[in-house]
Design a protein around this ligand. Structure first.
Ligand SMILES: C[S@@+](CC[C@H](N)C(=O)[O-])C[C@H]1O[C@@H](n2cnc3c(N)ncnc32)[C@H](O)[C@@H]1O
Length: 207
């Protein structure tokens, strides 16, 4: 893997602008040198958890990247999925796979350009992590989800602790029915790289 396009450089990002710059050059090779080479499997775990909890209907994939999570969902069920991401180039790759009903640019640290209660579900894998998106963006996910809908997102375990995601989720309890947490591995058992033991929390919120 090109050293400049690596997990380390992604974790070191400081701002949404930095994310746009990195992913604009990483988009072309992301599937090959991150998903395949590092045996990334978080998108499958998020898809499984969303389905296990009854996720269905019109779904928004936030920080959709090249579309790995939508592909995982569509392997297991019937969904109508929209994609949003801050990187035009990542969305371009996602669009080329013909898996999304619609895609649009947005910065999750700001307002998502969608009306209240629009989606039956919201999903995300790999986007709530170091150098990317923090807990204050979860309120927007709740806002765009219908009452009775479901949110399933992954959060890097160390990022969860460092940015105190739990306090944010507890605050949102006034607007949601309940939530569950599950800890899982981000990479496959056969992986040998430095991050092979990294974990993520899968947060599922019933709105
Ligand atoms: C590690 S990739 C994960 C992509 C995909 N979900 C997956 O599982 O392969 C992180 C994605 O988050 C996006 N991202 C980073 N900051 C963002 C922001 N502020 N708003 C929206 N998307 C953002 C990046 O452009 C990138 O596509």
């Amino acid at each position: 893997m090109n050293r400049k396009l690596s997990l380390e450089s992604a974790y070191d990002l400081k701002s949404p602008k930095d994310n746009i710059e990195l992913y604009s050059v990483w988009a072309e090779t992301y599937d090959m040198d991150f998903i395949n080479e590092m045996q990334y499997k978080l998108h499958f775990s998020v898809a499984d958890e969303f389905i296990l909890n009854g996720g269905e209907g019109l779904v928004l994939d936030v920080g959709a990247g090249t579309g790995a999570l939508a592909q995982a969902l569509l392997q297991k069920g019937k969904f109508s999925i929209e994609a949003t991401d801050i990187s035009e180039e990542m969305l371009k790759i996602a669009k080329s796979k013909n898996i999304y009903k619609r895609s649009f640019l947005s910065d999750l640290t700001k307002e998502i350009p969608v009306e209240n209660s629009f989606y039956d579900g919201v999903v995300s894998s790999g986007t709530f992590t170091h150098g990317h998106v923090g807990p204050s963006s979860i309120g927007e996910l709740v806002r765009v989800t219908k009452p009775g809908g479901l949110i399933t997102i992954s959060i890097n375990e160390k990022h969860w602790v460092a940015l105190d995601f739990k306090s944010e989720v507890k605050k949102l309890n006034n607007y949601t029915r309940n939530y569950t947490l599950k800890k899982i591995s981000i990479y496959g058992e056969q992986s040998t790289h430095d991050h092979k033991n990294d974990k993520a929390i899968i947060l599922t919120i019933k709105v």
